[in-house]
Design a binder for this molecule. Structure first.
Ligand SMILES: Cc1cc2nc3c(=O)[nH]c(=O)nc-3n(C[C@H](O)[C@H](O)[C@H](O)COP(=O)(O)OP(=O)(O)OC[C@H]3O[C@@H](n4cnc5c(N)ncnc54)[C@H](O)[C@@H]3O)c2cc1C
Length: 447
């Protein structure tokens, strides 16, 4: 709960730190709790909306902007139980929304791994969920948005009414205005999930399993990033378990991953720590097999990962996530493996996901396989050089990065990764003519 003096008009000064701990800044924060307070700042005041603040990167603060903390706008405004449509304020968390919907026999199929991500943040980053190849990205669910634009007030936008603004807002990193509410199309959830574990020896085999399982509710891989075991791991394939005895609705708020995780004073993920953790995970996860799990468990598996994130210590981590098109993926995986063998970076884990969407804007989508690499903060020059090498290789193989996750991206890399960088940036800038919306992320990647 925000202190009373920092709600509404008042501006608090606060130090905000990105989830990956790569950027921190002292910023002005406004916490509006009614719509008229969205007009409280002078119209030309630089600003940026913040939802849960759980982006890996500094997307909701920085660049001299006043942060608009939207968490007070967390009401469910309308729910059509028959048609499966929910209108919800932008500050509501995806975890709370699922907690409301599941007992009513509905859910939001595209849910990012952090339960405290807000609906506004899910729209503005066009997030993906447990299987983007099946469910698409958040864009697929959004019917209508309400947006606050200084000088224009509250605007209702959808695919027919101001389609350009609607389109740019989804995946627009908060640069087109402040989303106040969203109307979402819901889906009937599976009763429970039957989770199959398929061990894989390398990333080529992983790609085959992912492509063969495109229709699963849950589909992602975990892989070892050490040179001598590179790519070994497991694909988790979660199918609907309609034989399950009852619909599981236990999604306790108490177990939600915290928005900020206190770092351990001594980092765990040095070479030995990574070796121990990966060996343990291999023994625990990489046996072929099958287990029934609750949908709640399948939706937010990272709720159990506090120690994992704390283990990066005060310096934090970076996540490099690149989506490489199918025809080039196997060659990319081999080149990446060779690079790892040569440079022997510290990689704590690699995850893989299948995508089958349309590449547009700067958010992550397209047709191919995305790899996410977690590395301890690249304070050493060799780790930094490895991050640059991953970007080189991914770009050579037609890859697209994920700006909402990767703090190492800069404008030069973005320009090389997006052939249409100028046109895409201009389309976004057309809705932000006086440049009043921006963050550390948008500054860093040249938007
Ligand atoms: C542990 C972890 C797991 C994750 N798993 C996934 C995953 O599986 N898939 C995935 O795609 N992402 C994932 N993410 C990334 C995360 O889902 C996105 O960064 C998401 O945007 C965070 O939502 P938020 O509300 O915290 O947004 P914030 O971090 O507060 O802001 C993110 C962006 O959204 C904008 N924004 C927020 N609210 C509004 C609003 N009301 N109006 C306009 N703009 C707004 C901000 O300006 C900013 O540009 C994960 C992150 C973490 C830390």
């Amino acid at each position: 709960m925000a202190p009373a003096e920092s709600r509404g008009f008042a501006l608090a000064r606060e130090r905000l730190t990105s989830f990956d701990r790569q950027f921190a800044a002292d910023v002005r924060v406004q916490r509006p709790d009614r719509y008229r307070l969205l007009d409280a700042l002078p119209a030309d005041q630089p600003r940026i909306a913040r939802g849960g603040g759980v982006s890996y990167v500094a997307a909701s603060f920085g660049n001299d902007a006043t942060t608009l903390d939207m968490r007070a706008f967390d009401r469910l405004l309308a729910f059509d139980d028959r048609a499966g449509v929910l209108c919800v304020e932008a500050g509501a968390s995806i975890g709370d929304v699922q907690r409301f919907l599941l007992p009513h026999g509905w859910y939001v199929p595209v849910a990012p791994g952090h339960p405290r991500a807000s609906i506004g943040g899910c729209v503005a980053s066009d997030v993906h969920g447990k299987n983007p190849a099946r469910d698409g990205t958040f864009r697929a669910l959004v019917e209508e948005l309400q947006l606050h634009v200084p000088g224009r007030g509250l605007l209702g936008v959808d695919a027919r009414n101001d389609a350009a603004l609607f389109d740019a807002t989804i995946g627009g990193f908060g640069m087109t205005g402040t989303i106040t509410h969203a109307t979402l199309r819901l889906v009937r959830p599976p009763r429970a999930i039957a989770l199959r574990r398929v061990p894989v020896d390398d990333l080529a085999q992983a790609a085959r399993v992912l492509r063969e399982s495109a229709n699963a509710h849950v589909l992602y891989g975990w892989h070892d990033g050490r040179p001598d075991r590179f790519g070994r791991g497991v694909i988790r394939v979660g199918l609907s378990d309609d034989e399950a005895a009852s619909r599981d609705v236990a999604l306790s708020k108490n177990t939600d991953l915290p928005a900020a995780i206190a770092p351990l004073p001594v980092p765990l993920w040095n070479r030995n720590g990574i070796a121990v953790a990966n060996s343990w995970l291999s023994r625990r996860w990489c046996k072929p097999g099958f287990e029934p799990i609750a949908l709640a468990q399948a939706l937010f598996p990272l709720n159990d990962a506090r120690l994992y994130f704390a283990g990066y210590g005060k310096a934090g981590l970076v996540e490099l996530q690149w989506l490489v098109p199918h025809p080039r993926f196997e060659a990319f995986a081999v080149a990446l493996g060779d690079c790892v063998a040569r440079e022997r970076p510290r990689i704590a884990l690699i995850s893989s996901k299948l995508f089958d969407g349309v590449a547009r804007g700067f958010a992550l989508d397209g047709k191919g396989i995305a790899l996410a690499l977690h590395l301890p903060s690249p304070t050493q020059s060799s780790q930094r050089a490895f991050c640059e090498r991953v970007a080189e290789l991914a770009i050579e193989h037609g890859g697209r990065p994920n700006p909402i996750k990767d703090s190492t991206l800069d404008e030069a890399v973005m320009r090389r990764a997006f052939a249409d960088f100028d046109a895409t940036r201009d389309a976004l800038a057309a809705h932000n003519r006086d440049g009043r919306f921006g963050s550390e992320l948008t500054r860093r990647i040249g938007l």
